[in-house]
Design a protein around this ligand. Structure first.
Ligand code: PGA
Length: 251
């Protein structure tokens, strides 16, 4: 795992956009796993701004949804698909035919999860995975504990995730209790993973992700075993890692 520490959140977004656009330039038809959550929003805005001035052409990308609440249709205000559309697909002008939606409202959610994995494999796997870091160490909704071979599946949210997701939707009662997530098996096989992390409240979990024991109890720590993972953190999140990470590259 490589760590890049930016001075602040805006710098984190710019650096993550640099990495993303470099990868897109190398393979314009990349399959991209798209996280929602607050942390990648600045990065996505930065990518869209670059595309607007001809610096990053995202028109051929395939956008793949990372997670979704169970039973939530695409039009629901809490739909993570809707959030992905507003923040990534629409600003970048990615055609519908290149979007893979994880259908939280599928009649048979387990079958939909299995079909999603098959579709990702058929698309050639994930070229670029953009992830945030849950305060409890989750990636997507791979809640602790999640093993390295955990597949795309239906999960029950932990209390910690209900709490942190309440910030998005107003209150705890607004947060659905179950969700679907792309599995750890798919995440760990991505050709490039960009994890964006900001703010002091993520400092401890970032330490555990980068240098704690590799354990299903901190699903993000499993990224220590994956190839080509770049963590882009701001200084508030990186704390001591800013100066101590042997593998770190400082900018
Ligand atoms: P955040 O969410 O980017 O809003 O902090 C990250 C996550 O819970 O995966």
């Amino acid at each position: 795992m490589r760590l890049i520490v930016a001075d602040d959140e805006a710098g984190m977004s710019r650096t993550a956009a640099d990495l993303f656009c470099e990868a897109v330039a190398a393979k314009p038809s990349s399959s991209v796993l798209v996280a929602t959550g607050n942390t990648p929003m600045g990065m996505y805005a930065e990518i869209a701004a670059r595309q607007a001035v001809g610096q990053c052409d995202c028109g051929q990308l395939r956008a793949i949804q990372l997670d979704e609440y169970l039973g939530i249709p695409a039009g629901d205000r809490r739909s993570l698909y809707g959030w992905m559309r507003r923040s990534f697909i629409d600003p970048l002008g990615i055609p519908d035919a290149q979007v893979m939606r994880l259908a939280g409202d599928a009649a048979d959610p387990d079958a939909a999860c299995a079909a999603f994995t098959t579709a990702i494999r058929a698309a050639g796997g994930i070229d670029i995975s953009v992830l945030g870091l849950g305060p409890n160490g989750h990636l997507g909704f791979n809640e602790p504990p999640s093993a390295a071979d955990a597949p795309t599946r239906v999960i029950t949210l932990t209390e910690a995730s209900i709490e942190s997701n309440a910030v998005y939707w107003g209150s705890r009662d607004d947060v659905p209790r179950r969700a679907m997530t792309v599995g750890m098996d798919v995440l760990l096989a991505a050709r490039l993973t960009i994890v964006v992390v900001s703010g002091e409240r993520k400092r401890e979990i970032l330490q555990r992700m980068m240098s704690g024991p590799v354990s299903p109890d901190v699903p993000a720590s499993l990224l220590q075993t994956a190839d080509n993972v770049v963590v882009v953190a701001d200084r508030a999140a990186a704390g001591e890692l800013a100066s101590t990470s042997a593998a770190g590259v400082r900018r």
